[in-house]
Write a protein that binds this ligand. Structure first.
Ligand SMILES: *Cc1c(COP(=O)(O)O)cnc(C)c1O
Length: 403
C-alpha cells in the first residue's frame, strides 16, 4: 500500500493543490460588463425593468414552470410563498432538520410554527415517512429541500401531501436546473423557491425567485413582493387578506443572472459530467460514497460536492477529522463539514424551544457530526484532471483507513 502523505508519503497532487484545478466563483462573464454600464446610463435600475421581465419568462421556462417572480433574496421568496398560500398564525409547517435557517425561520416570520423532521441517511433530504408521521390537524404546508447535491423524493412527498391536503413549497436554493423524472424542480409543488446568493449555482450576490404554474399564485406572489402592485392586473387593489411587502429586485442583478442563464446549460452539463466521473471512479472505494439523490437517474445540480463516510467500514480510531486531514495532506484540502450542525443546533439558531416542534432526528445528527464532507460546486466546474486527482486521493486514503 502507498504511504499516505500525512505519514510522509508523496502527495497525490504533488506540488499543486486542488484549487489549481477549478475556477474561482462567481465567474464574471465579460459580456455582462456592457449590460451593467448600459443599465447604469439608462437610469432604469429597477421597477421590474427589461432584464427582470426577460428572466420572469426565461428562468421559469428553464425550470419547467409557467411563471417566476423575482425578489431580493431566497428567504423573502419562502416567506412570500407561505403568505401566498394563505399560511399564517397557528399553522404548522414541516421542514427537514438539515437545511439553511431560512427554511424554518420564515414560518416564524408569519406566525406559524416550524416542525422539524428527520432526513434520509443517504440523500440527506426530508424522509417522506418522517414527514407523514409529523402531520397534525394544524399542518398546512411542507417545505422539502433539495440539499447539497441530492434531490428530495418529490413523488413520495407529493403523494403524502395530496392525501392530507397540504401545500408543498420546494426549497430549490441548491438546485438550479435540476430535474427529477424529467420534471424541473420547483414545478412539483405549488411554488418553488430559488436563491441567487453569492455561493449558489447562479448568483447576483443576492437575489431570489419563486416559480409557479398557477396564475392566481403568480399574481399573489408578485403583489406580496411588490407592495401590492400587479403585473397581471395593473392599477387594481390587492386582496385585503394580503399584507404586501416591498422585496423588489434590481435590473443590475437581473442582467447578471440573465447572462448566467445563457451559460447555465453548459455549466450544468459540466458539473453533471464531473459528478458522474467521480461516482464511477470511487464506486468501489471502501468507507466512503457520494451523497445519493432520491432516484438514481435524478439530474442533480450539486451546490456542494458531497461525500458521506460509511462509518461501519472505517478502521478503529479513524474518524472524519482524520480522513479530512489525510485528504488535505494529499492536496484535496478544501473539504469542510457542510453546515457542521443540524438546523436546530446551528450557531445562528436562536429560537426558543416553545416556538418550534422537533421530532426525533438521529440521521441529521449522525450526518452532520460524523459523516458529511463537502466542498463548493466550483470543483465540479473544473478540469477532469482535477476530478481524477481528487478521486485518486480518496482511493489512496480510504484504502488505508477502511475496508
Ligand atoms: C441560501 C438558502 C436559502 C436562502 O437564500 P438567501 O438568498 O440567502 O436568503 C434558503 N434555503 C436554503 C436551503 C439555502 O441554502
Amino acid at each position: 500500500m502507498e504511504r499516505l502523505a500525512i505519514d510522509g508519503g508523496t502527495p497525490v497532487f504533488g506540488e499543486k493543490k486542488v484549487r489549481d484545478f477549478f475556477p474561482s466563483w462567481p465567474i464574471p462573464y465579460p459580456e455582462t460588463e456592457q449590460k451593467l454600464i448600459d443599465i447604469f446610463r439608462s437610469g432604469k435600475w429597477g421597477g421590474c425593468a427589461a432584464y427582470e421581465q426577460l428572466l420572469m419568462t426565461e428562468f421559469a421556462k428553464y425550470q419547467g414552470s409557467r411563471y417566476s417572480v423575482w425578489m431580493c433574496n431566497g428567504t423573502t421568496t419562502l416567506e412570500c410563498a407561505l403568505l401566498a398560500l394563505g399560511i399564517g398564525r397557528g399553522d404548522e409547517v414541516i421542514v427537514p432538520g438539515i437545511t439553511w435557517l431560512a427554511t424554518a425561520e420564515v414560518a416564524l416570520y408569519i406566525g406559524a410554527t416550524p416542525v422539524i423532521v428527520d432526513v434520509e441517511p443517504e440523500t440527506m433530504c426530508m424522509d417522506p415517512a418522517a414527514f407523514e408521521a409529523a402531520i397534525t390537524p394544524r399542518t398546512k404546508a411542507v417545505i422539502p429541500v433539495h440539499i447539497y447535491s441530492g434531490l428530495a423524493n418529490m413523488p413520495a412527498i407529493m403523494r403524502i401531501a395530496q392525501r392530507h391536503n397540504l401545500a408543498v413549497i420546494e426549497d430549490c436554493a441548491h438546485a438550479h436546473g435540476a430535474r427529477q423524472k424529467g420534471k424541473g424542480v420547483g414545478s412539483y409543488g405549488k411554488i418553488g423557491s430559488f436563491s441567487f446568493q453569492l455561493s449558489k449555482l447562479m448568483t447576483a450576490g443576492e437575489g431570489g425567485c419563486c416559480t409557479t404554474d398557477d396564475e392566481e399564485l403568480f399574481d399573489r406572489l408578485f403583489r406580496l413582493s411588490h407592495i401590492g402592485s400587479s403585473q397581471l392586473h395593473p392599477g387594481t387593489k390587492p386582496d385585503p387578506s394580503l399584507l404586501c411587502r416591498q422585496y423588489r429586485f434590481t435590473d443590475f442583478q437581473a442582467a447578471i443572472i440573465y447572462d448566467q442563464l445563457q451559460h447555465q446549460p453548459e455549466n450544468f452539463a459540466r458539473r453533471k459530467a464531473n459528478l458522474a466521473r467521480m461516482a464511477e471512479l470511487i464506486k468501489d472505494v471502501p468507507g466512503i460514497k457520494l451523497q445519493e439523490s432520491a432516484y438514481a437517474d435524478d439530474e442533480r445540480a450539486s451546490y456542494f460536492f458531497t461525500l458521506l463516510l460509511k462509518l461501519e467500514e472505517l478502521h478503529d480510531g479513524i474518524d472524519r477529522d482524520q480522513v479530512r486531514k489525510a485528504l488535505a495532506a494529499e492536496g484535496f484540502d478544501n473539504l469542510f463539514y457542510g453546515w457542521a450542525a443540524p438546523l436546530y443546533k446551528s450557531p445562528l439558531w436562536n429560537i426558543s424551544e416553545d416556538q418550534y416542534i422537533k421530532h426525533e432526528t438521529p440521521n441529521c445528527e449522525t450526518l452532520m457530526y460524523q459523516r458529511v464532507m463537502t466542498c463548493g460546486h466550483a470543483l465540479l466546474l473544473g478540469s477532469q484532471e482535477g476530478i481524477e486527482k481528487c478521486a485518486q486521493a480518496i482511493r489512496k486514503v480510504m484504502s488505508a483507513y477502511a475496508g
